[in-house]
Design a protein around this ligand. Structure first.
Ligand code: AMP
Length: 218
């Protein structure tokens, strides 16, 4: 793959995390999820976590300078030297401009953005049914991809948790934030000819089966 920075775009529930995880494993480059890093900070109760918590619970975006700071720090770590998958970042035009400037400064070429398109009724089912393993982070869905034993991860027996922001009120607000602030990024990357679109209504396995060979050859 020529692009060192792979960006996953898509509404909440589109499957960014699921696909980014697969791609990261297959290409041997780290998955950098701003949502996961922020949730970790919230759990630890760090100053960053305290600042982010209220916004996340309200379904609003955390300020650009906060997320740009944590991404810059993470991308500078040795395991990201050959490339990385950005999951849930950028989410605003200023964040996308920050990525461009950062890649240029580091001499790392253009990013490639993968947009996962999903119908809104599918998004809602994915978000309300989502469960995540508290140990390994594997993502399940009680409607589409249930674990063998209710509430328990198939891989390591970890407890499956529901995200605090996967409730109806917050979901609605997250979709508003996506439509207003994040969806303009599709055109941003399309105009630069750095966009690849996939049909996210398909099963996760089906998406990965065509996406991964495409990325390996891109
Ligand atoms: P996610 O796990 O990607 O769905 O993110 C969960 C929440 O974390 C979002 O609803 C935002 O409140 C916050 N967040 C994650 N990534 C970003 C970002 N790039 N910019 C601003 N807020 C973010």
């Amino acid at each position: 793959m020529r692009a060192q920075a792979l960006i996953f775009l898509g509404a909440p529930g589109a499957g960014k995390g699921t696909q980014a995880r697969e791609v990261s494993k297959e290409l041997g480059i780290p998955q950098i999820s701003t949502g996961d890093m922020l949730r970790e900070a919230v759990k630890k109760g760090t100053p960053l976590g305290l600042e982010a918590k209220r916004k996340m619970e309200a379904g609003e975006l955390v300020p650009d300078e906060v997320v740009c700071g944590i991404v810059e720090e993470r991308v500078g770590q040795p395991d990201a030297a050959k490339g990385f998958v950005l999951d849930g970042f950028p989410r605003t035009i200023p964040q996308a401009q920050f990525v461009d400037a950062m890649l240029e400064r580091k001499g790392r070429g253009n990013p490639l953005a993968v947009n996962i398109r999903v119908d809104e009724d599918v998004l809602l089912k994915r978000l309300t049914g989502r469960r995540t393993c508290s140990v390994c982070g594997e993502i399940y869905n009680v409607h589409f991809n249930p674990p063998r034993v209710d509430g328990i991860c198939d891989k390591d027996g970890g407890k499956l948790l529901e995200r605090a922001d996967d409730n109806e009120t917050t979901i609605r607000q997250r979709l508003v934030a996506y439509n207003n602030q994040t969806s303009p990024l599709i055109d941003y990357y399309r105009k630069k000819k750095l966009l690849h679109e996939v049909n996210g209504n398909l099963e996760p396995d089906q998406i990965a089966r065509t996406l991964i060979p495409f990325l390996k050859g891109a």
